[in-house]
Design a protein around this ligand. Structure first.
Ligand code: ADP
Ligand code: MG
Length: 250
């Protein structure tokens, strides 16, 4: 069971879109994959066709220990090899509730340790846009970190802070954590700015950059409202193929 977090404290950079579509693509490649929604917005939950306010147990109950058996919070989606642990707005309370607990960074890790018998090949975690306790739980439970970066203005802002958080988590909480890669999203080579940002990313982070870049695409922003990952919404679109390539790189 290989656990990967999609994290970046900036909102709107493509974390959810990339977590959902990477998880879906890994499923298509035959890997049994669990997508964990750790954002109170619950966007990855609805992106795979689950009505987020209808679920009995969510990542909130798992993180806070209300639900001791994490398998109870896992829902099989209608997509190949794809399962989801949903979230909704109730998760917003977890940040405060966990803050004063001992070993507050370990709740997710302990829950995932109970999933050994579920035989997941991959667990993909969609993090909230902050570096608080929820993201700390995700990074402590992960082997890999994928950082989606929107290939536009101010893309690099905050990236060094995120890298410092990564180093600090690795040093203090989880020595097995590694950077799987930095993922360029919403790339449009016709925008001069997009190419400039890419050049700058290559200059500072060349070793960590994925070869695959995710292009800007309207289909990708439409698919969530149909509750479908891009592979099922528009199988042969350019971005669908890009996420398949990314899954192979992962
Ligand atoms: P985050 O989870 O980091 O906040 P999202 O994945 O929700 O970011 O993306 C933010 C917005 O941008 C969403 O409306 C999403 O549909 C859109 N979006 C994400 N990736 C792309 C892309 N490659 N092309 C076009 N729109 C995208
Ligand atoms: Mg998101």
């Amino acid at each position: 069971m290989y656990v990967i977090s999609f994290a970046n404290q900036k909102g709107g950079v493509g974390k959810t879109t990339s977590a959902v579509n990477s998880a879906s693509a890994l499923g298509v490649l035959g890997k049994k994959t669990l997508l964990i929604d750790l954002d109170p917005q619950g966007s990855s939950t609805s992106s795979v066709g689950i009505v987020k306010n209808s679920v009995k147990y969510s990542s909130y109950e798992v993180l806070t220990g209300v639900c001791n058996d994490p398998t109870k919070a896992i829902i099989e989606t209608k997509f190949k090899n794809l399962y989801v642990m949903p979230s909704n707005i109730t998760l917003a309370a977890a940040e405060l509730e966990l803050a004063t607990q001992p070993e507050r960074e370990l709740f997710l890790k302990k829950a995932l340790d109970k999933l050994k018998r579920s035989n997941f090949d991959y667990v993909i975690i969609d993090c909230p846009p902050s570096l608080g306790i929820i993201t700390l739980n995700a990074l402590t439970a992960s082997r890999g970190l994928i950082v989606p970066v929107q290939c536009e203005y101010f893309a690099l802002e905050g990236l060094s802070q995120l890298m410092n958080t990564y180093k600090s988590v690795k040093k203090h909480y989880n020595s097995r954590l590694n950077i799987t890669g930095i993922l360029v999203t919403m790339y449009n080579p016709r925008y001069k700015l997009s190419s400039q940002v890419l050049e700058e990313l290559k200059r500072y982070y060349s070793f960590q950059l994925f070869d695959t870049k995710i292009s800007r695409s309207v289909a990708l922003s439409e698919a969530p409202s149909f509750g479908e990952p891009i592979y099922y919404y528009s199988k042969y679109s350019k971005v669908s193929l890009e996420y398949m390539k990314l899954a192979e790189e992962i």
